[in-house]
Design a binder for this molecule. Structure first.
Ligand code: TEU
Ligand code: CA
Length: 562
């Protein structure tokens, strides 16, 4: 039996502070803005808020480049604001977890500023510095996640430093004991302020193969794939075990690792160390490449529902009683889920609810990204000047250099850009969607007059109200949290269906991922005397039995059987 834990029963809401609510009208969301909206979050039924980085940062990558871990970014407020936020979240019986970004810092962090000064200073070894190959090439051919080499040459000391992301995000040298212990100290400092855990940014990248080999070239003469040498590296387990012993094991907290390419065996292995909880759950990325090339996010691929099914089946069955999962479809790095996995034109309401049903009836802790609960969609800015994301802007530049047509580049950006998820939260139909009274740091999605919290609150059949109901249903039916997952109809190309089962009952979930209607006979799959429709995204009559169920476009059905 799965052990009961508060973080398994929690529903998490992710906040991207810059785009949530601007309290002082400078166009940038802030901590007091979040405090103003705590009623809204509580009312939704949320237990845990995950706050994206709010630390001091020059914002090359919107807070994922931290220049001081113990201070708050000026635009977001100060330490008193965060203390107040923690207090007010706790007063509502909710919890707050923060982003832990310790694979890299900002190049403006004092450690890096000192590190750069000379080859022989105590901070030099805090980062990863290397001589060039043959005196003129980067030490390895690894490509950075944001394009280009992952090494940047520094004129002053004539060496290269490693940055797996932007050049403004130098990678810390985790081999250095002093670095590790400074990080542990910082983590304790935050935990002692009362936060309830961490979402650990790219945590499986902290250990690099110290021989620094070249990666396989993607195309002849182009950058190489360094991931075999820094993903799940040789000392990852040792480092995280130490983090557990030095920090995590002393607190009743929640941890979620952001771990691309981790695999199920690692998810299990890292979930417990010395019988204590280490990484409670992880974000695996397998669903994030069902519509795109695994190695190049800009290359589109058709969604095959059978692939989605097999990913869930694999993770749910292998983790059962052995580990725990984080369930998400969207976040601040991904397009909006209704635009990506649903239909944001003809079936926005239905498909957003269908996806919500899936997220909230899966094993694992569900994560809702701000705006998802009102069915916010991707945005199509017609001009690159309107985009803010460093990855998007780099992509535009590089494709432009390769002479790709501007309309083609923009088409890719409309589909894939991280800014799709970063346009401001749409609170109401007033000027700038009630996000700010001045110019927002990034434009509001023009559909805000139609899609906004106020409209959703006023409509009993809204996506928002559907989320609220679903969250209640999940909380009141532990089978949906701890029950065993069993797939049905594995070969169907359009309909996703599964059971959740335990000694308290059986639930049957039916989700149509497409527009095509069909009739399916479930009566041969399970015997059942009483059939109870708990929730659906259509107004349905009662169902007498499981024979020949007609499934409408993007329909979702949650039944309890007895
Ligand atoms: O993301 C890491 C990551 O692997 C991706 O989601 C990445 O942003 C995307 O694939 C790029 O194509 C984390 C943060 O969530 C992201 O916002 C940061 O930019 C990144 O780390 C660096 O800190
Ligand atoms: Ca502000």
């Amino acid at each position: 039996m799965n052990k009961y834990k508060w973080w398994k029963e929690a529903v998490v809401y992710q906040i991207y502070p810059r785009s949530f609510q601007d309290s002082n009208n400078d166009g940038i969301g802030d901590i007091p803005g979040i405090i103003n909206k705590l009623d809204y979050i509580e009312d939704l039924g949320i237990d845990v808020i995950w706050l994206c980085p709010v630390y001091k940062s020059p914002n090359a990558d919107n807070g994922y480049d931290i220049s001081d871990y113990n201070r708050i970014m000026d635009e977001f407020g100060d330490l008193d604001d965060i203390k107040e936020l923690i207090k007010k979240v706790h007063n509502r019986d909710m919890k707050l977890i923060m982003d832990l970004v310790v694979n890299h810092t900002s190049n403006q962090h004092e450690w890096f500023i000192k590190s750069k000064k000379s080859k022989i200073n105590p901070f030099r070894d805090y980062y990863i510095w290397k001589d060039g190959k043959e005196g003129k090439f980067p030490p390895t051919n690894w490509e950075s996640y944001f394009g280009g080499s992952s090494w940047t040459y520094d004129q002053k000391t004539k060496q290269y430093y490693l940055h797996l992301f932007a050049k403004e995000q130098p990678d810390l040298n985790w081999e250095n004991k002093e670095v590790r212990h400074k990080i542990y100290e910082m983590m304790r400092w935050w935990l002692d302020k009362g936060i309830d855990g961490f979402r650990m940014d790219v945590i499986n990248m902290i250990s690099k193969d110290q021989t620094f080999p070249d990666g396989e070239e993607k195309k002849k003469g182009e950058y190489g794939d360094g991931t075999p040498y820094f993903l799940n590296g040789p000392k990852l387990y040792e480092f995280l075990k130490e983090m557990g012993e030095e920090v995590l094991f002393d607190y009743d907290i929640m941890t979620v690792g952001e771990t691309n390419n981790f695999g199920i065996d690692n998810a299990i292995k890292f979930s417990k160390v010395n019988d204590k909880d280490l990484l409670n759950m992880i974000f695996h990325f397998e669903l994030m490449s069902v519509d795109r090339d695994k190695d190049n996010k800009w290359i589109e691929k058709d969604i095959d529902l059978k692939e989605i099914k097999s990913i869930y089946k694999k993770w749910n069955q292998k983790l059962y009683n052995k580990g725990w999962n984080a369930v998400y479809l969207g976040n601040h790095d991904q397009p909006r889920i209704v635009s990506r996995f649903g239909d944001d034109k003809n079936y926005r309401n239905e498909s957003a609810k269908m996806l919500a049903t899936m997220i909230l009836t899966m094993p694992g802790t569900p994560y809702i990204y701000q705006g998802e609960e009102i069915g916010m969609t991707n945005v199509k800015f017609d001009d690159i000047g309107k985009y803010r994301d460093i990855e998007t802007i780099n992509y535009y530049r590089m494709q432009n250099k390769k002479n790709k047509r501007v309309d083609e580049i923009l088409k890719d950006i409309h589909r894939v850009s991280r800014d799709n998820a970063r346009t401001p939260m749409q609170w109401d139909e007033s000027f700038n969607a009630g996000f700010t009274e001045s110019t927002p740091w990034i434009d509001i999605n023009p559909n805000y007059k139609n899609i906004n919290v106020k409209n959703e609150q006023n409509d009993p059949d809204s996506i928002l109200n559907f989320y609220k109901q679903l969250i209640k249903i999940r909380k009141n039916n532990k089978t949906l949290i701890y029950g065993k997952y069993e797939p049905v109809l594995e070969d169907d190309q359009n309909v996703f269906s599964y059971f959740r089962k335990d000694s308290n009952g059986i639930y049957l979930i039916i989700l149509n991922f497409f527009e095509k209607s069909q009739v399916i006979d479930f009566s041969s799959k399970v015997s059942c005397e009483n059939l109870n429709l708990i929730i659906s995204n259509y107004k349905n009559n009662e169902y007498a039995n499981l024979l020949n169920i007609k499934i409408k476009p993007y329909e979702s059905l949650l039944f309890k059987l007895s």
